[in-house]
Design a protein around this ligand. Structure first.
Ligand SMILES: *[C@@H]1O[C@H](CO)[C@@H](O)[C@H](O)[C@H]1NC(C)=O
Ligand SMILES: *[C@@H]1O[C@H](CO)[C@@H](O)[C@H](O)[C@H]1NC(C)=O
Length: 333
């Protein structure tokens, strides 16, 4: 799409012309308030392109939610901080480097106790196992948030203290084991690093959303782990047993769909999702059932304004949709 350029025109601005010719004027106010809420600033040319992408997302949202009201979907979507991104651009927020998960690691395999009947619903948040939702910002560091999240829960179980742990520490200090900070990483590598070296608190090593050098001080180590346990691959039954009996579990998912980027509420189910090509790390903190449909309660790291107060309910027992049970782990503390 080309925008008209009126060089030297002192009366009508280019942006105003583009708006009146190209854009839906009924969305002007929503665009302005969205930009101001998310503190978005563009130069004039970029603003036109961003408005176009944003309008396309607005139409996609309206269409999806209309279909939802007609019973076609189990979840709604809505405008959020990613509203000016195409699905392709959105990938920068995802993990570009989860393939290493299959490396040469020493770990235990979780075995569910078949004699224990699992509760119908589990939620570790009111039990004190889960820190408030964090925000990774414009950085592909989800793997670090998933790692701190699962360790925070197990440290709470062991000590009765909920200590927010440092993602920046993992980003800066685990390069030696192959992780790449904002360019992705592997949670198993991170946990094995913590086993050898411990981890700092969020407070002593705050998040910057930028790559940096390791500035860890041994005096600031607040937690460690003894090893890593893997949940049997692709088994939602084993994942449920682990979530019910161990605590929050670190999981990988396929998150690269526009429906996920703009998820708002309800049970997320994406038929186009892969169970193999996973690009995002999150934390399963429970599960439940609504209207005969089961879901996982999943903590994300895109701030509390994303999704359902920072969380997403993901379809459970729907053939491992989005690969939630493909690569699930927790540390022994
Ligand atoms: C995996 O690690 C073990 C122990 O460090 C080593 O003996 C073995 O050769 C490694 N295997 C591969 C395929 O790298
Ligand atoms: C830790 O987990 C064990 C075993 O599930 C449980 O008995 C104990 O109450 C938990 N501790 C806390 C503080 O929740």
């Amino acid at each position: 799409m080309k925008f008209p350029l009126f060089v030297g025109c002192g009366i009508i601005s280019i942006a105003a012309l583009a708006t009146s010719f190209m854009f839906d004027p009924t969305l002007d106010e929503a665009w302005l308030s969205w930009k101001s809420f998310h503190k978005k600033q563009y130069n004039e040319r970029n603003a036109n392109y961003r408005r176009m992408v944003w309008e396309d997302n607005m139409k996609y949202i309206a269409n999806h939610n209309l279909e939802h009201s007609l019973g076609k979907h189990t979840f709604t979507i809505g405008m959020n901080q990613f509203g000016d991104l195409t699905a392709e651009e959105f990938k920068q927020y995802l993990n570009k480097f989860s393939k290493k998960e299959s490396g040469n690691f020493t770990f235990k395999v979780f075995t569910a106790n078949k004699n224990v009947e699992l509760p119908l619903a589990v939620d570790w948040r009111p039990k004190g196992y889960v820190t408030p939702v964090k925000d990774q910002g414009q950085c592909g560091s989800c793997w670090a948030f998933s790692t701190t999240g699962v360790l925070e829960g197990q440290v709470f179980n062991k000590t009765g203290k909920l200590i927010s742990l440092s993602e920046q520490y993992l980003m800066d200090c685990t390069r030696s084991v192959g992780n790449r900070g904002c360019n992705g990483g592997c949670k198993v590598q991170a946990l094995l690093f913590i086993k050898e070296n411990g981890i700092n608190s969020e407070e002593s090593y705050p998040y910057t959303a930028k790559d940096g050098d390791c500035k860890s001080n041994r005096d600031d180590i607040v937690a460690t782990c003894k090893g890593v346990t893997i949940i049997p691959k692709n088994s939602e039954a084993d994942l449920a047993a682990a979530v019910a009996t161990v605590g929050p579990i670190s999981v990988s998912i396929d998150a690269e769909h526009r429906s996920f980027m703009l998820y708002k509420s309800g049970i997320f189910y994406e038929p186009r999702c892969s169970s193999v090509n996973l690009d995002h790390e999150v934390l399963a903190v429970g599960y439940g059932t609504k209207n005969q449909k089961s879901y996982w309660i999943v903590k994300n790291s895109w701030g509390a304004n994303w999704g359902n107060e920072g969380y997403v309910h993901m379809a459970k027992d729907m053939d491992n949709n989005c690969g939630i049970a493909t690569s699930a782990v927790y540390p022994e503390v």
